[in-house]
Design a protein around this ligand. Structure first.
Ligand SMILES: Nc1ncnc2c1ncn2[C@@H]1O[C@H](COP(=O)(O)OP(=O)(O)OP(=O)(O)O)[C@@H](O)[C@H]1O
Ligand SMILES: N[C@@H](Cc1ccc(O)cc1)C(=O)O
Length: 374
């Protein structure tokens, strides 16, 4: 694969922004093996935002020859009071439900789970003086305004009595980039502040500087777009979208990887889907993610009920679909039915794994944990 082919894999949907594409091209041109990471807090059930959106980009990067890794952010989840702030429990859930589910999803998405490196954040810091010096060095280089603005990365806002732990968190996340030695720091667009900060300090850090071919470099920041909550109202601005993303804290807004076929269908049928509107339309977003990322070998079919003239429309590309939808040629309900069929078809191996395979034990364990920590 040549550099331009790698670039187009890395930058294709759901990538929303790369800081910067030119630097990424230069790094790829060195021929060195680039390292990537994405971090996840360990909290509730995994939804398609985390599971499919984030991991499909991980698989793209892997196919482009990048060494991909996943950080299980145990310490961060504890600081952010996830799973009742029980660090032991957080680690157990990370090692079982999170790792096993991520491995399964990567396999289903066509990646190689055996070539994905998993880090437990606390293992990186254990008995590691340089890590702590790095944190203190970052504290010397940043100010309260930087940290205040970064609270969105943990889904929080600045208020009068924010716990100190939230203010420590962004420094840890910036440090992770350097400790892992990640040339590509990846997350949803809600993680932007952390990696912009990492780029600002990169050439100044003295502990764990990021190196490429013996040169100190900045990490590339790669952000994927957020799949909106199914019940988004459409009135949100782009800035508010990070609060209206599909989130595990709001179960009705999310399609979980272990949802049954019927639950997935019902959730899509109930989702917000304004006629003729393709921006911030969760159903259109699902079509993009599940039906139009790869080249299709059969058309995407929308059937029209008999009472509205019958027949079917066929689409080969996302552009054709959005054009017809904007022109009012597709009824939202017909779109929802077609999208539901395709989402279910793509998720089927994962749903089956949760119902009959190894995933069944994991989800049972998680169910018990969620009852205690709720
Ligand atoms: N709806 C989404 N669409 C795409 N990516 C998402 C979505 N939600 C989270 N992510 C990404 O997944 C990673 C982990 O996010 P996180 O663990 O905070 O998920 P979450 O569902 O938002 O959790 P919580 O509800 O506890 O805030 C981040 O990079 C984040 O940007
Ligand atoms: N802040 C991320 C989790 C994360 C933690 C540490 C990192 O280094 C990276 C990502 C989230 O909310 O999901």
């Amino acid at each position: 694969m040549d550099v331009e082919e790698k670039l187009s894999l890395i930058t294709r949907y759901p990538t929303e922004e790369v800081l910067t594409v030119d630097e990424l091209r230069q790094y790829l041109e060195t021929g060195a093996r680039l390292k990537h990471y994405i971090g996840f807090e360990i909290s509730g059930y995994i939804h398609i935002g985390t599971g499919i959106v984030s991991l499909s980009k991980v698989v793209d990067l892997q196919k482009a020859g990048v060494e991909v890794s996943i950080l299980l952010a145990d310490i961060h989840s504890w600081l952010n009071n996830k799973l009742g702030g029980d660090l032991e429990l957080i680690r157990r859930v990370a090692n079982r439900y999170y790792v096993e589910t991520f491995r399964k999803v990567i396999e289903v998405l066509g990646g190689d789970p055996d070539n994905v490196r998993f880090y437990m954040a606390s293992d990186l810091y254990h008995n590691n003086d340089d890590y702590w010096y790095l944190i203190l060095d970052l504290a010397r280089m940043t100010n309260m305004a930087d940290i205040r603005h970064s609270l969105t990365i943990l889904g929080r806002k600045m208020g009068e009595s924010v716990p100190m732990s939230w203010l420590v968190y962004p420094l840890l996340q910036v440090a992770d980039v350097f400790v892992i030695g990640s040339h590509i720091a990846h997350g949803g667009i809600d993680q932007r502040k952390a990696y912009v900060l990492a780029r600002e300090v990169a050439l100044k850090v003295r502990f764990y500087p990021l190196m490429l071919n013996n040169e100190k470099v900045k990490p590339i920041a790669l952000f994927h777009s957020l799949i909106p909550a199914l019940n988004i109202t459409g009135k949100e601005s782009r800035e508010e979208l990070s609060e209206m993303k599909m989130s595990k804290s709001l179960p009705d807004t999310a399609i979980f990887l272990h949802d049954s076929v019927e639950a997935v269908r019902q959730k899509i049928l109930k989702a917000y889907c304004p006629p003729r509107e393709v921006q911030m339309n969760p159903v259109i977003e699902l079509a993009h993610l599940f039906s139009f990322r790869e080249r299709r070998d059969k058309p995407f079919i929308i059937k029209r009920p008999q009472q509205y003239g019958g027949g079917q429309l066929e689409f080969w590309s996302f552009n054709e679909l959005t054009k017809a939808y904007t022109e009012g040629k597709i009824h939202p309900l017909d779109l929802k039915n077609a999208v539901a069929d395709e989402v279910i078809e793509r998720l089927e191996p994962i749903i089956r794994w949760f119902q009959e395979g190894q995933g069944a034990h994991l989800i049972e364990e998680m169910g018990n944990i969620m009852k205690i920590t709720r």
